[in-house]
Design a binder for this molecule. Sequence first.
Ligand SMILES: *Cc1c(COP(=O)(O)O)cnc(C)c1O
Length: 366
Amino acid sequence: MIHQLTPLVESDAFGTPTQRVWLKLEALQPSGSFKLRGVGHACEVHAARGARRFLSSSGGNAGLAVAYAGRRLGVPVRVVVPESTREWARSLIRRQGAELVVHGSSWMEANEYLTASREPTDAFIHPFDDPDVIAGQGTIGMEILRQHQGDIDAIFVAVGGGGLISGIAAYVKAVRPKTKVIAVQPTDSAAMVESLRAGRRVTLPTVGLFADAIAVKQVGSETFRLCQQYVDDTVLVSTDEICAAIKDVYTDCRSILEPGGAAAIAGMKKYAEKHRYRGKTLVAVACGSNMNFDRLRFVAERAVIGEAREAVLAVTLPEKAGSFRAFCEVLGPRSVTEFNYRYASGTQAHVFVGVELAHKRETASL
Ligand SMILES: *Cc1c(COP(=O)(O)O)cnc(C)c1O
């Protein structure tokens, strides 16, 4: 077993005297996310079958987990990523001793290169749509039920491609069918929610950039099948709600989560408020912590936006076509109260923008 057992901690910030909330701290997993459970399991299976090298086309948590698992098993790893992959992510993968190949301008080009250069003894490790990966993620469900022996009303899980929730739901529904398993997705990357609604796998034309670990255009076929069978309900969260959850978890247990890692907690807050939950026992999976330190500034700013009714932002934009539009999309449907544009250099522009906030910040407690 390559992954570690992680604590299930009771949260003061999200619980109330009657409602009890527990966080499964997968952010403490080596490699920084739960991905190591599924990926580590798949790598062990392939190593036992004689694989000589592991391949991954993920520059995120899955690629990092493959690199970590390969090092632990003594099997070389090749990760192929496109040029757009951030330097920070590249260096984390290299630091695990993996061979990192940067190829092409899109994931499709990187993937094509990976497939073309594949040897017969290589094993490709899929980030979610593989029964071995799904089974490994399911160990979280097993641990939660062992660590909390009393009734659990609902378990909240962030969804990208669907491997994490498929594994957890398949286990939990088999052992404690009354416990609800609820899928959480960002409003701008809701491929699983839309697919469940449509009754077929939907491909999104675009996905959000903020919660990058769960920004997936199309969910897996096996994960979709399992989610149709086992997932009880869904909830969508905004970027501001995710930022507020990152802040709340930090205040609660001094743990910093990445956006995808905090989505389940944001979803739990929202769902419990909407359904006026009282006296329930809830669990949220805090599933990842891989965030570039510099992004914390953005998170802190957005969490403040969530608290006040109006805010002024100072933003530096690249001086090129499309960047202002991308900025407006990030702001969402807010009314702009003030606007200031200053051309700074050939490559940058400074923008000061005041925005009115539609709602007061919800309190951290449920
Ligand atoms: C991969 C990932 C998810 C989503 O997992 P899927 O199996 O793709 O649904 C959520 N959060 C983090 C931090 C991740 O790395």
